[in-house]
Design a protein around this ligand. Structure first.
Ligand code: ADP
Length: 246
């Protein structure tokens, strides 16, 4: 476990007018990302300056290739190859060592990947236990939490199966369950209902809403206008630029 103390880091940024320092969960300042190829640099995120408050529910929309997944990967602390500044609860992510970035990810972030990224050699129940194992929760309590969530998602019968033995929809349910089980401060969801039936989609969105009402900030990527409306704010990306930037 990292010794980085996430409670004590200072936030050196001046605050935008009207924003209380402790109400901001995410601060991006001129964030840029590019890929280098033989043909030169290709920018996929351009001058992204964005604040997201604690407990906000934000929808990110835009055409394919706009940079939505890239932005989510950065917010989730999985991608560190970018320029600019990113503060998460005041922690300067741009200056952190990999182990400290990873510690922040484990402490704060739940992530529903578009491609699920379940661990293939772990069962469904074991996959769900992973985020809890990062917290200081005794094993019997963790087992109870996993059992509760399996029940809530209607996948008790699948608990000892491996991801490859599940349908795409079932894998997505497990991916959502894994992302929320530890009640993260920040839930990032990349098209989290894309493989689900519409009824299941509504259920997941209602679940996100409840989680959000209990204090979790949610940033979701979706193409679905009905799901988008769950967000209190829509951020539109196009060719790596935020269209509605200040
Ligand atoms: P979206 O989620 O909006 O569809 P992405 O964030 O997945 O968009 O991708 C943004 C852009 O970055 C796309 O043009 C994509 O081709 C490019 N891209 C993503 N990954 C790589 C990579 N590893 N190398 C080069 N370009 C990439």
């Amino acid at each position: 476990m990292s010794t980085y103390n996430v409670q004590t880091a200072m936030n050196p940024l001046p605050q935008p007018a009207g924003a209380a320092a402790d109400s901001l969960l995410i601060q991006l300042r001129n964030l840029e990302k590019c890929y280098q190829s033989k043909a030169g640099f290709t920018y996929v995120l351009r001058q992204i300056t964005l604040d997201i408050a604690e407990g906000e529910f934000v929808t990110v929309m835009g055409p394919s290739g706009a940079g939505k997944s890239t932005l989510l990967g950065i917010l989730g602390l999985y991608d560190h190859k970018w320029d600019g500044e990113f503060f998460l609860r005041g922690h300067p992510v741009h200056g952190l060592k990999p182990k400290d970035r990873s510690a922040l990810n484990k402490q704060f972030v739940g992530f529903v990947f578009q491609q699920f990224h379940l661990l293939d050699d772990l069962t469904v129940a074991e996959n769900l236990d992973i985020p809890l194992s990062y917290r200081n929760i005794p094993k019997p309590e963790r087992q109870g939490m996993v059992a509760d969530l399996l029940d809530r998602f209607g996948i008790v019968a699948k608990k000892d199966l491996y991801p490859a033995q599940l349908s795409g929809g079932q894998q997505q349910l497990v991916a959502v369950a894994r992302a929320i089980i530890a009640k993260p401060v920040l839930l990032l969801a990349d098209e989290p209902t894309g493989n689900l039936h519409t009824d299941q989609g509504w259920e997941i969105m209602e679940l996100f809403k409840k989680l959000n009402q209990a204090g979790t900030a949610v940033v979701q990527v979706t193409h679905n206008e009905a799901w988008a409306a769950y967000g209190r704010r829509v951020i539109r990306l196009k060719d790596g630029w935020m269209e509605n930037r200040a």
